[in-house]
Design a protein around this ligand. Sequence first.
Ligand SMILES: C[S@@+](CC[C@H](N)C(=O)[O-])C[C@H]1O[C@@H](n2cnc3c(N)ncnc32)[C@H](O)[C@@H]1O
Length: 254
Amino acid sequence: MSANVERENNGQEGEEAKKGRHMGVGHKSLLQSDALFQYILETSVYPREPAPLRELREMTAKHPWNLMTTSADEGQFLMLLVKLINAKNTIELGVYTGYSLLSTALALPEDGKIIAMDIHRKNYELGVPFMEKAGVHHKIDFREGQGITLLEELMQDEKNIGFFDFVFVDADKDNYLNYHERIMKLVKVGGLIGYDNTLWNGSVAAPDDTPYPKYVKYYKPFVMELNTALAADPRIEISMVPVGDGITLCRRLE
Ligand SMILES: C[S@@+](CC[C@H](N)C(=O)[O-])C[C@H]1O[C@@H](n2cnc3c(N)ncnc32)[C@H](O)[C@@H]1O
C-alpha cells in the first residue's frame, strides 16, 4: 500500500499531489523526493511497461480499492527478479486485480506456473482479460480462500514440499509470520520469498503517535515483528529493498 496513504485516503488532491502524475494510485515510493520517484517512473518504468500491464494499471486506477495495487516500479522489479532466478514454479499470495501477478506471469517461461491465492476472486476476475490479452493466463492457477488454508492444502501434497522457486506475499500483514512457516516448507532450498510492504508506509521508523490512518497503525506492530523475526531467522539470508513500500527478499538456506 501507499506511502502517501493519508493524502490519498482523504480524497482531496493536495498541492503536492498535483505536482506529480504518479500521485494517487500506485504511488508507493518511500523516496523523500516525489520528483525523483516521478523521474524513475517516466525514465525507466513506464517506457518499458508492457501494454497489458499499463492497461491493467489504468483499469485498476478506477477501482475503489486501488490503493492496494502493486506499483509499476515494483512490478518491473519483480519481473527482473523472476527472470534472474530463472523461476518456473511460483506462488502469489494477495492478488487483488493482479498487477504483480501479471508482472510475474510475463516474466515466467512459457511453461511456468503461478498458484495465485486471494480471498476475493472477483477482483482477480477484473484483471483476467488483461492476462488473456497478454497471452499468459494459462500460467495462472487462481485459488480463492484464506491464505493459511490454501498453503496448508498445498503442503498436503508431498510433491509441493521444497518445490517452488519464488513466493510473493502481499496479503494480510498480521499473518505474514504464519505464512512464513508454511512457505519455508514449500519454497525450495535456494528459492526466494518476497514479503511486500515491510517498510509499511515508513511507519516502522515513525513515532507511534504519528497520524497515520487506522489500518496503518493497526498493522505496524505486526510488520515490525515480522522484520525482527526475519532478521533473526538463520534459515534464510535477507535483503530489505526499499522499492515500493519495501520488499524483503529471503533466500532459503536450509
Ligand atoms: C495489497 S492487495 C494485493 C495487491 C496485489 N499484489 C497487486 O499487485 O495488486 C492484498 C490482497 O490480499 C488479499 N487478502 C487479504 N487477506 C487475505 C487472506 N487472509 N487470505 C488470502 N488473501 C487475503 C486481499 O483480498 C487483497 O486482494
